[in-house]
Design a protein around this ligand. Sequence first.
Ligand SMILES: [Zn+2]
Length: 456
Amino acid sequence: MTEIKLHNTLKRTKEVFQPIDPENVRMYVCGPTVYDRAHIGNARPVVVFDVLYRLLREVYGTDHVTYVRNFTDVDDKINARAAESGREIGEITAETTQWYLDDMGALGAIEPNHMPRATQYITQMITMIEKLIADGFAYAHEGHVLFRVRKYEDYGKLSGRSVDDMIAGARVEVASYKEDPMDFVLWKPSDEATPGWDSPWGRGRPGWHIECSAMSYELLGAEFDIHGGGNDLMFPHHENEIAQSCCANGGKTMANYWLHNEMLQVEGKKMSKSLGNFFTVRDLLDQGFAGEVIRFVFLSTHYGKPMDWTAKKAAESEATLRKWRTLTAGIEPAASVPAEVLSCVADDLNTAGAIAALHGFASAGDAAALLAGARVLGLLTDELGNWAQSADLSRYETLLADTRTDAMATKDFSEVDRIKAALVEAGVEVRMGKAGVELLPAAGFDETKLAGLLDE
Ligand SMILES: [Zn+2]
């Protein structure tokens, strides 16, 4: 069996992955709060953990991996969006959830086995909170329930900081209902205008962190294999998840392997609305970037490094994928994922190394290996292929070949040169040889522009 190594944030080192039960490898990834379109930074963990999911399925078998990713559909950002837009909360969360599924599907992400919504697990959250109170890890005060951080001695272990350091660095809220400023909210009261559920502490709603503890316990058990998310979630969200889960369920670390992806930048700068470099996934798709191209750009950088989205990388990725799609058209994939590719992906998701191996197969003309290797990265799949097929250049190939035949007779090659120039200008790679004419759409290929140039 292929040995998988993963960088475990909890241990700050790369470790050999050993599942609790190889018959059922279990992974939980924190999902979106559904009130708006996902931006491209939100999509990075989706693509990263999709590759891990594909790898686990490749190694342990498709039916032996359980992947859970939640939807946070109760949150004050959602309430604010409903208030400002005058729309129903349920309408906003249903619409945004579908947008998310559509946009991540366009990036070739396989849907997880379970996609629980927080509002479906309120009862389980209340049960967990009651247990934490009964065991002295939480307390109710003024309609709030808070987790007593200093009662859990391993708090801070994931991010490697002491509670006192964290207080110094974090914007902790001092409030009358808290025993200690560091304590975090498990439950809070709701007024008439805010969504709320009946509870032993009055009508209210959960704090953000408790949902992941309750849903992972329900769907994966007290201890499972992998917990993933962006590194912006490490503190406080993941620290709080571990504290809640371990104190309520008696486990040691909630999950044995904690994986965090680094953040995404655009053209070397942090993405922000004020800099005008803020894109949603839908913005890029609408601008004509294929989902597969976005996915390729993401995977060209290791998940543990900051990822820089640039127009240049997107154009290069598009040209590569067009070439690979042409090379693999009508080809059956090799029976298994080539070892050169699998060993890279199994080495802490070295997707850049895997892509380099794929380039090697493409250069050698080994389309069957290229196709089989690309699938473990979720590339060159049938579902993602429509964009590349839209460029059918066969009629231009015929035009150029016929014009060349005529020119051979008349010795006037001016028309051949004109067509060639138009093709190159429109982003087509022209290959002419004894065997005939071959046209390959390259980065930025524009068919409308080509038609216009040839009509002149
Ligand atoms: Zn979470």
